[in-house]
Design a protein around this ligand. Structure first.
Ligand SMILES: Cc1ncc(COP(=O)(O)O)c(C=O)c1O
Length: 401
């Protein structure tokens, strides 16, 4: 064992000593990063094809984002929601100009963005004098880890021991419209859906299914909430994923890639629904933080450019072509699913994804999992072709160990 190895281990041992045991992080600790390269305590380099689970949308240490953060950090950090701030107003305007939405609420995470969405949907029906409060969510969905969001999600493991959970939530099957129809009643307030189920292994909604969901909502006075926490902000090669379906939601939630690595959540809504949220109905201390909003504005400036989004699709093709090649060579994956720069590779060896992740780390590659059998890639959207190729080389090495 050399000194370098000790540096990672020392810090990792301290992690076990001081942190809640709810995660099982890798044995190395990254301390520096640039673009899609990351260096650990031992100065070992990794290619980052995980993107912090679709968060570092413009790579690490992006000079334009650093500059936006630096500039704002010298002006104003925080007020409170008694006083508005300029970066938040500008970011809201930008989101409205880019989407279907008329109004925006800011929070700090995807979970909070979803909480606000569900509260808004229920409040809208309440204010309209209706008794509707049921929410239809989907099996295999993931919406976050708050009590409400684990109720929306369908994982028994995420729920175990945390009850009683918020009620009024029903689950339909993804890509099965009749299972949704069966659950609709005069109590249904909203349907919440991911355009692509990321945590389930990058499983996309079929076009007809999504159009059907939109129709059902319109016909029955149900609010359509799109959870775009993972799919939004260029990930699917569109500014937001719903744009791939040529439909509009009534509420949309965003987080992850919106801040490029700075925590921010946003809930976007049509005027009619947003107007139910009168003064005092909801709030957050840090939501709309000027520094987070200044960075998110810069992220949106960059990713919403059509030429940038075209490149995301080109890089998707490059990445998937190479993954298919090495999969054939190594008999590694039984399926490769992609939606933009967001790829789920289903392992032939079911349940072995953690072992493969360890081999990736050993080979100097960061990827993430989605469930026990899917290797997931959600790299920076501005990753270079060279970095993709280097990542692929390292994946091939990991598959050969
Ligand atoms: C679709 C979706 N919704 C919500 C969340 C929760 O976001 P956060 O972890 O920021 O609360 C996630 C996180 O993975 C997600 O993928």
């Amino acid at each position: 064992m050399n000194n370098d190895v000790d540096k990672n281990k020392q810090l990792r041992d301290l992690y076990d000593e001081v942190m809640l045991p709810n995660y099982a992080p890798a044995s190395f600790i990254p301390v520096e990063a640039s673009g899609s390269s990351v260096w650990d305590k031992n100065n070992k380099k990794y290619i980052d094809l995980g993107g912090g689970i679709a968060v570092t949308s413009l790579g690490h240490s992006n000079p334009e984002l650093i500059s936006a953060l630096n500039d704002q950090s010298k002006k104003l950090w925080h007020l409170s929601n008694y006083i508005a701030n300029e970066p938040a107003i500008n970011l809201a305007k930008q989101l409205i100009d880019l989407t279907f939405a008329d109004k925006v609420y800011f929070s700090n995470s995807g979970s909070e963005a979803n909480e606000a969405a569900i509260k808004m949907a229920r409040r809208y029906h309440h204010e309209s004098g209706s008794e509707r409060n049921e929410i239809i969510a989907f099996n295999n969905s993931f919406h976050g880890r708050s009590l409400l969001n684990i109720s929306l999600g369908a994982s028994d493991n995420h729920r175990k021991g945390f009850g009683p959970l918020p009620g009024g939530i029903l689950h339909a099957n993804y890509n099965d419209l009749s299972s949704v129809e069966e659950l609709i009643s005069n109590k249904t307030a909203a349907i919440i859906i991911e355009p692509v189920q990321g945590e389930a292994g990058v499983v996309a909604a079929e076009h007809e299914f999504m159009l059907g969901i939109r129709d059902l909502c319109t016909q029955n006075g149900i609010i359509l909430i799109m959870d775009e926490v993972q799919s939004g902000v260029g990930r699917m090669g569109h500014t937001f994923g719903y744009m791939a379906f040529d439909i509009e939601p009534d509420i949309l939630t965003s987080a992850k890639g919106l801040g490029g690595g700075i925590p921010i959540g946003a809930t976007l809504a049509k005027d009619k629904i947003a107007s139910a949220m009168n003064v005092g109905s909801h709030g957050s201390t840090f939501g709309g933080n000027p520094m987070a909003c200044a960075v998110a504005s810069k992220v949106l400036d960059i990713i919403s450019e059509p030429s940038f989004l075209d490149k995301v699709k080109e890089k998707e093709t490059l990445l998937v072509d190479h993954l298919e090649n090495i999969s054939r060579k190594h008999q590694a994956f039984s399926a490769i699913r992609s939606s933009g720069l967001w790829v789920g590779c289903e392992l032939r060896n079911h349940g072995e994804v953690n072992k493969l992740l360890d081999r990736c780390y050993e080979s100097g590659l960061i990827a993430v999992s989605a469930g026990p059998s899917t290797l997931r890639f959600a790299p920076a959207l501005n990753i270079s072709e060279d970095e993709i190729l280097e990542g692929i080389k390292r994946l091939e090495k990991a598959l050969s160990i």
